[in-house]
Every structure is written in structure tokens, then in C-alpha cells.
Write a protein that binds this ligand. Structure first.
Ligand code: ZN
Length: 232
């Protein structure tokens, strides 16, 4: 009896607050979560995790010594990926990040390369943005990856150096030159050698480069980069 009342309330709720696809806006059926089947079928997957010499990884060549770099999707403007990233970042839909993390996690666990990773570290969000948004979108993606890959998320190791950030914020060029100074890393109690550094949309890779440099400075040897989307 109680179960049927619960179902009734759930259906009632769905009537006024229908669950919609966070990519195309279509109503979702019971078996779908976050994205509709059509979108999942049509998303522009990069398959970069299967190719160590992919376009994103090449972007870091000569700049940074990393173990690998991959992104789940291509970020195409005015497309499905742009819609979901908008929902994730500006429309209070943290579950979009978690769902994408779970989807990508299912692909990554199949690959030997990602089998010995000890920690997932999200790129930290500026505290002001965190307060406004209520969550860090990269961390939400990390949570989804963690759930499937069974690797813990460490969100205290890497953080923003706010003092340095306000100093360098004065001039644009100066800010770019001092990018690596904006992040700081705390050496964890447990020695970490092989980690997954997680971002949302990757464009120039400058943020990731700064993060990776400070992580290397605390002794982390193998850094694998993973993003939700890559802007070519
Ligand atoms: Zn859809």
C-alpha cells in the first residue's frame, strides 16, 4: 500500500516536474537518467582514451611530462555537449557531471592503462564560484568516475592560492605568466604515484598544466589527465 502511495506521489511529482534530458530537453522515460537514449547514441565521443597519441595529448607534448590525456566528448558549440555543460555549470544540475563521470568510468575501467590509478584529483574551483554554484563541476565528474572505477576522490590535495591569484589578477599578461603560481598542493599522508587529474572543458590546457606542475612538485610521478569535453 505504502509503495503504491509512494509511486503515486512520484508520478504526481513527475507530472509537474517532468524529468528531462539535460542535453536536448526531451522528457525522459523511467529507465533513462539525465540523458535520453537518442542523445547518448548521438554524442560526439572522442575515444581518446584508446589512443595515447590523440590530439589533446599532443597539445601537452614538449610542455608537460604526463602519462596520458583524454577527454570524453568533443565540445561543439551550439550542440548537445554545450547544452549539458551549460546545465552542469550554470543551471544547478550537478548530477550531469556525476552521470558523465559514470559513463566515462565504464569506458576507462576496460583499459589496462587506467588500472593502477590511486587517486582522482579534481581541478579546484575558485571559492567564490564554488559558493555561487554550490558545487565544483569537475569534482562532480570525479565522483561519477570514482563510483565506477573504485578509486577515491582527493579534493584537499590541490587548491587555489588565493593570495597569489589576487596579486596576479591585476594584469592579464602577468596573470597568464604566473598561472602555475595560482595553484598549490598539499603532500598527502599516503604517497601517491599515479593519479587522474580531472577537469570539465579543456581548451588550451593552461589550467591543467599549472595543476600538473604543482602535483609533480609534491612527488606525484604519473599524471593522467581526463576532461569531460575538449575544444579542438
Ligand atoms: Zn536528449
Amino acid at each position: 500500500m505504502l509503495a503504491s502511495i509512494k509511486q503515486y506521489l512520484k508520478d504526481f511529482d513527475a507530472l509537474f516536474f517532468p524529468r528531462v534530458c539535460q542535453s536536448c530537453g526531451r522528457s525522459l522515460v523511467k529507465t533513462e537518467s539525465c540523458f535520453c537514449t537518442i542523445c547518448i547514441y548521438q554524442l560526439p565521443y572522442t575515444k581518446y582514451h584508446l589512443d595515447q597519441n590523440n590530439k589533446l595529448a599532443k597539445q601537452f607534448w614538449g610542455r608537460l611530462d604526463i602519462a596520458s590525456a583524454a577527454a570524453f566528448l568533443y565540445f561543439n558549440k551550439a550542440g548537445k555537449v554545450q547544452n549539458m555543460m551549460h546545465q552542469l555549470k550554470y543551471n544547478n544540475q550537478p548530477q550531469v557531471g556525476v552521470e558523465l563521470g559514470k559513463m566515462y568510468g565504464k569506458e576507462l575501467v576496460k583499459e589496462f592503462h587506467y588500472n593502477n590509478i590511486e587517486a582522482i584529483i579534481p581541478v579546484p574551483l575558485h571559492p567564490k564560484k564554488f559558493k555561487k554554484r554550490g558545487y565544483n563541476q569537475s569534482e562532480q565528474f570525479a565522483i561519477g568516475l570514482s563510483e565506477i572505477m573504485k578509486i577515491p576522490v582527493y579534493n584537499q590535495i590541490l587548491y587555489r592560492d588565493l593570495e597569489k591569484e589576487s596579486q596576479t589578477g591585476k594584469s592579464r599578461t602577468l596573470r597568464f605568466d604566473n598561472m602555475e603560481a595560482v595553484f598549490k598542493a598539499e603532500k598527502p599522508n599516503l604517497a601517491l604515484n599515479n593519479i587522474l587529474l580531472v577537469d570539465d572543458t579543456i581548451t588550451t590546457g593552461a589550467t591543467l598544466e599549472s595543476c600538473a606542475l604543482v602535483l609533480q612538485s609534491i612527488g606525484i610521478k604519473k599524471i593522467n589527465i581526463v576532461g569531460i569535453a575538449f575544444t579542438e
